[in-house]
Design a protein around this ligand. Structure first.
Ligand SMILES: O=C(O)CCC(=O)C(=O)O
Length: 267
C-alpha cells in the first residue's frame, strides 16, 4: 500500500496536484517505454482494432494524431488496461478521491519534438461526474521540463468552479488549434510540472492546466495519462458508468469488468 503523508494530502487539496516520485518501477517503466516507442514507430499491429485512423501517415506525430493520442486504447490493448489499473497509482487515487475508484479515460501522449500541446483547460469541463470527483494520473515515461513541453498548472485553481468562457487558442504555434482554451487565465500563477520518468503526477479535475509545444531538438515527451473518479459518482460521459472499470472498492452504480487482466477491485 502506497500511503500518502498528511503533508501530501494537504498539498493536493490546496494546490490541486501532487507528484509522487518513482511510483512506477524500472521494469514497468521499460515496458511502457518499449511499447510506446513501438507505437510511435508503427511497429504494433493495430489492424482489426475497432478504431478510426484520422490520417494515413506513419511518423510519430502522425501516429499520435491518427488515434487522437491512442485514446481509450485500454479497451483494445492489454498493456493500456494493465497500467490503467496499476496498484500503486490506485493506492494514491483511493486516498485522494476514493475509497471507491472508477477508471474512465486513458491516453498515451508521444509528443515528439515539434508537437504542439493543449492550451489551458479543466478536465471536468469535458468529463462530467456527479458529484464531481475527477482526477488525472499522469505517468511520465520520459523526463520532462519546459523545453520538451511538460504540463503547467495554475496552482489552487482546483478550488475554482468550471470556467465556461472557452475559445480557440490564441497561440496556435504552441497549442493544438482544434482544442479550446479557457480565456483570461492569469499566467503568473502557473507552475511547471517537471517530472522524471517513473514519477506520477496526480491532478484534480478542476485544475487549470496546459502543456506547450515540445521545443527540444530530439527529446520525446511521452506520458500515459488516465482519468478516474469516485466510483459512486454518476456519469453519462463515455457511455456512462457501465462503460467504466471499477478499479477499487465497491459501488451501487453499474460498472465494467476489465477485458484483459484478472482483477479484483477489493484486493
Ligand atoms: O500531457 C499533456 O500534454 C496534457 C495532458 C492533459 O492536459 C490532460 O491529460 O488533461
Amino acid at each position: 500500500m502506497c500511503g500518502l503523508s498528511v503533508e501530501q494530502y494537504r498539498f493536493f487539496g490546496e494546490n490541486g496536484y501532487l507528484r509522487v516520485e518513482g511510483l512506477i518501477g524500472n521494469e514497468e517503466l521499460q515496458a511502457l517505454d518499449r511499447h510506446s516507442m513501438a507505437l510511435a514507430c508503427n511497429e504494433v499491429d493495430l489492424n482489426g482494432l475497432p478504431v478510426e485512423a484520422r490520417n494515413e501517415g506513419t511518423s510519430p506525430a502522425d501516429m499520435e494524431d491518427k488515434y487522437f493520442r491512442f485514446i481509450q486504447f485500454h479497451k483494445h490493448l492489454e498493456l493500456h488496461e494493465r497500467y490503467m489499473l496499476h496498484g500503486r497509482v490506485l493506492d494514491v487515487l483511493a486516498q485522494l478521491i476514493g475509497p471507491d475508484v472508477m477508471a474512465m479515460q486513458s491516453m498515451l501522449f508521444l509528443k515528439p519534438p515539434g508537437q504542439t500541446g493543449q492550451a489551458y483547460h479543466q478536465d471536468s469541463f469535458y468529463i462530467k461526474t456527479f458529484p464531481d470527483t475527477l482526477c488525472g494520473a499522469w505517468i511520465a515515461i520520459d523526463d520532462c521540463d519546459e523545453e520538451n513541453g511538460c504540463m503547467g498548472f495554475v496552482a489552487g485553481s482546483n478550488n475554482e468552479p468550471i470556467h465556461q468562457e472557452v475559445g480557440a487558442p490564441e497561440n496556435r504555434e504552441a497549442f493544438n488549434e482544434n482544442l479550446t482554451e479557457i480565456q483570461g487565465v492569469d499566467e503568473s500563477r502557473e507552475v511547471m510540472a517537471k517530472a522524471k520518468a517513473g514519477d506520477v503526477v496526480f491532478f484534480h479535475g478542476h485544475l487549470i492546466h496546459r502543456s506547450r509545444q515540445n521545443r527540444s531538438a530530439d527529446r520525446f515527451r511521452r506520458a500515459y495519462v488516465c482519468h478516474y473518479a469516485n466510483a459512486r459518482s454518476y456519469t453519462e460521459w463515455g457511455g456512462g458508468n457501465s462503460a467504466h472499470i471499477l478499479a477499487r472498492g465497491q459501488t451501487h452504480l453499474e460498472y465494467a469488468e476489465p477485458r484483459f487482466v484478472e482483477y479484483d477491485p477489493l484486493a
